[in-house]
Design a protein around this ligand. Structure first.
Ligand code: 3MF
Ligand code: MG
Length: 349
């Protein structure tokens, strides 16, 4: 059954409003304070906030357990004050010196321990913010040269780290966000297939699932909607990061649908077909403003991406399903292709 537009809830992370720095140039926009960013959410049509642990508690490594919890409580109050919810918290295991060679897969035992302790602190923050979802983007869990890590041991170390997190809190759920490369050359968990295989290796597979980011699938040479279907078949599509990507280049985090509207349409189509969101899943965005945007208009990519999702939802629900089925039954995929294109372009079919 078609979901109404109002049933989808959207989220983004504070990093999606940024100062426009890139590897080749400095910031070009004034920073916006976290409290001011929070005020933007509802105006832009969003209900959920995606967090890194240190978005909630800046300079987390220099703070005591008590200080971390007190700051998290303060953030929870700020959220409640704005009528917002925390969607998830993700341990940022790619900034600190301890994570230069990765977190859970670092070749240094003390660094691996750091990563696990930080992940436990992240779970404690999530509990205070009122979410049971921890996202693991395994940024540096990989290699620059193949010989530097044992590929089997690396997987087992990530499994062990997830098991430690599952044991730390009996309610916590882990959402693995796969990405094939960047910042490392070769990630240990490059696709959703790897992520779900890893979930089944853990002590409680029912609490380990996935988050699919469109751009990450594309960087792996895969189709995001097919990846979503794969995760849905396992009941493990627990979040998405919708965005777009122009082929095999750096991770662009373009606005949803910006490069390939049909690919975006198919993502909305599969989410709608399987009532995504009905178990509380958010439609997350992970989009970046163009560096060329001026400060006053540097949140348009968020509102636009959400609007594109809703326009595409109209396209999904207004498809003539009987006609589509007839063409499928007749195996006339040329005609189906034409029908979909005409429907997307809004031209007379
Ligand atoms: C990198 C990402 C990350 C994750 C974020 C939450 C900074 O390509 O997509 O964004 O989404 O860390 O897990
Ligand atoms: Mg992401």
């Amino acid at each position: 059954m078609a979901q109404s537009k109002g049933t989808y809830r959207f989220s983004f992370g504070p990093w999606n409003i940024d100062e426009g720095a890139d590897p080749f140039g400095p910031p070009v926009r004034e920073p916006i304070a976290f409290s001011k960013k929070l005020k933007e959410y509802k105006t832009l049509g969003f209900d959920g906030v995606q967090f890194h642990d240190d978005d909630a508690v800046p300079d987390i490594d220099s703070k005591s357990g008590g200080e971390i919890l007190a700051e998290a409580k303060n953030v929870k109050e700020m959220l409640s004050g704005e009528g917002l919810e925390a969607e998830f918290v993700a341990p940022r295991l790619w900034f600190a010196p301890e994570t230069i060679d990765g977190g859970y897969t670092s070749n240094d035992a003390a660094c691996r321990q750091y990563a696990i302790e930080r992940s436990k602190a992240c779970i404690d923050i999530a509990n205070i913010l009122g979410t049971d979802r921890i996202v693991l983007w395994l940024a540096r869990e990989g290699t620059y040269i193949r010989e530097s890590k044992d590929a089997r041991v690396a997987v087992e170390r990530i499994r062990d780290a997830i098991n430690a997190m599952l044991a730390h809190d009996p309610k916590v759920r882990i959402l693995i966000e796969p990405k094939p490369n960047e910042p490392v050359d070769s990630g240990v968990i490059p696709t959703i297939g790897h992520a779900i295989g890893l979930a089944y290796m853990c002590n409680d597979p029912s609490r380990v699932g996935g988050l699919i980011e469109s751009a990450h699938s594309i960087l792996a040479g895969l189709d995001p909607s097919d990846d979503m279907g794969y995760a849905l078949a396992h009941d493990k599509l627990w979040s998405v990061h919708l965005n777009d990507q122009g082929g095999l280049k750096f991770d662009q985090d373009k606005s949803f649908g910006s490069y390939n509207l049909r690919r975006a349409f198919n993502q909305v189509r599969i989410l709608e077909a399987y009532a995504y969101g009905q178990k509380g899943e958010y439609v997350g965005l992970d989009v970046k403003a163009m560096r060329t945007q001026k400060l006053e208009v540097s949140t348009k990519h968020l509102a636009n991406s959400r609007q594109t999702f809703l326009y595409l939802l109209d396209k999904v629900t207004s498809l003539d399903k009987d006609f589509e089925e007839r063409l499928i039954n007749e195996r006339d995929y040329e005609e189906l292709d034409r029908y979909i294109l005409c429907h997307l372009m809004g031209t007379q079919y």
